[in-house]
Design a protein. Structure first.
Length: 431
């Protein structure tokens, strides 16, 4: 059958239509997740007691006899937090509704301790009050009673208090939304921290590029070789409306809340980001689609600093235990007995230096061999850990004194660096 020009254009239209269908499906799935999170954690403060006339008449009748004895039981910090400071209710602080399960409370406590605009002390105190049924019942009565106190305030004071309360609520909502975005797209967040340019720059686009132009590029990248795989993946993210929206939200929150010193460090990292030596496969697998990046980084640190004597035989050094003994890593990969036989033959003919002895003792044990292999073939986590734990002075040294052709010195001292934990590097960077 002879293919005419019309049929070729029809084939192109069909492929574009198919691409858009797949992208729309992805977008709907991401949107569903996003909306579920918003519904669960971006709630407004339903129980903050504003003076409502109908409620006040009913409350005055109910509590005329009770509220004097009730006040004596109420801790003074409740009055201070709610009525003096305009702090949201403890229900809002832990993102739970009036009727909640113990599982939800514990889960939300863990989440809030990881990332929240409120101090840890306030979060723990809110959990202490709401986890005990008797104190929770008293707190609910206090919330009802506090509407009577609001009635006595002057309009200007009440307006000021309400504005303070709204600031607390909005800031926490933004923090919780950012927490969701970091959990969903941790790789994007770490790419920004270690100095990668934004997706538009990486793909060679203008920041105000139209969707039709991105789609055109995506179709052309799809028909070319694997060298354009990174650009293809970035186009896929930018074409998916929900993912594109989430990426822009992440960047806007960083501009608003990122600490000044962190912004300064990121600018310096960006000047030498090409020297970090990340491959296209690393970027796609671990950053653009990596869901367990934090776990792997912590795993790498744990393995590395428990076996610091292996440092000379791990990247960036070219020699490793296999080359030292004249073996290949895939020698009898699935058969440990055969591997041990080859290992012993090589060891028998080698000169018994301390390095050879260390290589032999490491590789003959299946557990230590597994750990060594993981460190050897997951070098990307070493680079990320190095960059994230690099002090500003060390970064300045790399910028000004490191020769252009020389590789960056990705090494550590013989002990765990006295730096903040990786989790704090990821989350505690916001003012």
């Amino acid at each position: 059958m002879k293919i005419t020009l019309n049929s070729i254009s029809e084939i192109k239209q069909y492929s574009v239509k198919k691409v858009l269908e797949v992208i729309e499906e992805k977008s709907q799935m991401a949107k569903k997740k996003y909306e579920e999170w918003i519904k669960k954690y971006l709630m407004r403060d339903y129980y903050w007691p504003l003076p409502i006339k109908s409620d006040l008449k009913r409350l005055e009748k109910q509590m005329r006899r009770k509220y004097k004895s009730l006040i004596r039981k109420i801790p003074p910090e409740w009055f201070y937090d709610l009525i003096e400071c305009g702090l949201p209710t403890y229900y809002f602080i832990l993102s739970v509704k009036l009727q909640f399960s113990k599982h939800d409370l514990e889960k939300n406590l863990e989440l809030k301790l990881d990332h929240s605009s409120f101090d840890t002390e306030i979060i723990l105190y809110a959990h202490e009050i709401l986890s005990d049924p008797s104190t929770r019942s008293l707190y609910n009565q206090f919330l009802q009673l506090s509407t009577l106190y609001f009635k006595t305030f002057e309009p200007t004071k009440l307006k000021k208090l309400e504005a303070t309360h709204l600031r607390y609520v909005r800031k926490e909502q933004e923090y919780m939304l950012f927490s969701y975005l970091v959990r969903e797209h941790l790789g994007w967040h770490i790419m920004e921290l270690i100095g990668f340019p934004d997706f538009y720059t990486l793909a060679g686009f203008r920041k105000k590029i139209k969707r039709e132009k991105i789609l055109e590029n995506y179709v052309s990248y799809s028909t070319k070789s694997n060298n354009d795989e990174l650009l293809k993946v970035i186009c896929e993210i930018l074409l998916t409306p929900q993912l594109h929206k989430e990426y822009r939200l992440m960047r806007s929150f960083k501009k608003k809340y990122l600490k000044t010193n962190v912004k300064r460090i990121i600018k310096k990292r960006r000047k030498i980001w090409k020297k970090w030596g990340f491959t296209i496969e690393d970027i796609i697998k671990n950053f653009l689609y990596g869901s367990d990046l934090t776990e792997n980084l912590q795993k790498w640190a744990e393995y590395y600093f428990e076996n610091i004597d292996w440092q000379e035989f791990l990247p960036p050094n070219r020699s490793n235990f296999y080359t030292l003994l004249g073996l290949f890593p895939n020698t009898a990969a699935n058969d440990h007995k055969r591997f041990r036989k080859h290992l012993f033959e090589q060891y028998k003919s080698s000169k018994r230096t301390p390095e050879v002895n260390l290589a032999y003792s490491t590789l003959k044990d299946p557990a230590s061999k597994k750990i060594y292999d993981w460190l050897l073939f997951n070098d990307v986590y070493r680079k990320v850990y190095f960059i994230l734990t690099l002090e500003e002075e060390e970064l300045d040294h790399l910028l000004h004194y490191q020769p252009k052709k020389c590789e960056l010195p990705f090494y550590f001292q013989n002990a765990l660096p006295n730096k903040p934990l990786l989790t704090s590097l990821i989350y505690d960077i916001f003012s």
